[in-house]
Design a protein around this ligand. Sequence first.
Ligand code: 13P
Length: 249
Amino acid sequence: MRPSLVAANWKMNGSGDFLRDYAERLELDQPLKIDVVLCPPSIYLAELVRALRETGVACGAQDVGIQPSGAHTGEIAAEMIADAGAEWVIVGHSERRIDQNEKDDLVATKAAAALRAGLKPIVCVGETLAEREAGHEIAVVERQLEAVVDRVDLDGLASGAIAYEPVWAIGTGKSATTAQAQEMHAFIRDKIAHVDAAIARKIRVVYGGSVKAENAEELFGQDDIDGSLVGGAGLDPIQFAEIVHAASR
Ligand code: 13P
């Protein structure tokens, strides 16, 4: 399908000044033809939502707590993210799987929590370099995907996206080749099709890992690459706009 989602994961970057400057310098062809999402650190969500009002650009969080409210110090509920005006949330990013030891089961619970609050989840999957070198990339992605697909409402999941982010391509400047990415995206779609063919046709499978203005067009030309979850290049509003425009052609 045509690419229809480009999201920027700012990771732990930004400040009030940064987001105000970014919102001013982000120039996108209007009306937007695809979903465009910015995911800042949660503390900046409400202000970024306000700064982007009237632009059609949506906001998302980078993580979500699993409980709706209560005695869970430091956690942010999906309902709070929605209350701040955000519509999306990234779950299962490899940096959280690695830094916070998040397991497949927790990632699935987070995706379900997002859907409970009406947020669209971007569920990240992807293998490490060691896993790819051992030839286990398909098995790893299959396991990560199954945990979520078996657990959540698929219509809800299809409102969001699956992001294939090979860990070895994140922040390394070393993107997966278009063939490697397309092969995994086709596998992901096929795997979902075994559960529900209509959902598989509808859900966006986006690629993340050293996506830049220079390689976006070629990636977006692949049959099963429906957009991107951009890291580093998404911190530059000019380059991010170029990636959005490459997806919108
Ligand atoms: P980079 O684009 O910096 O490689 O990061 C990708 C990513 O992790 C997006 O979530």
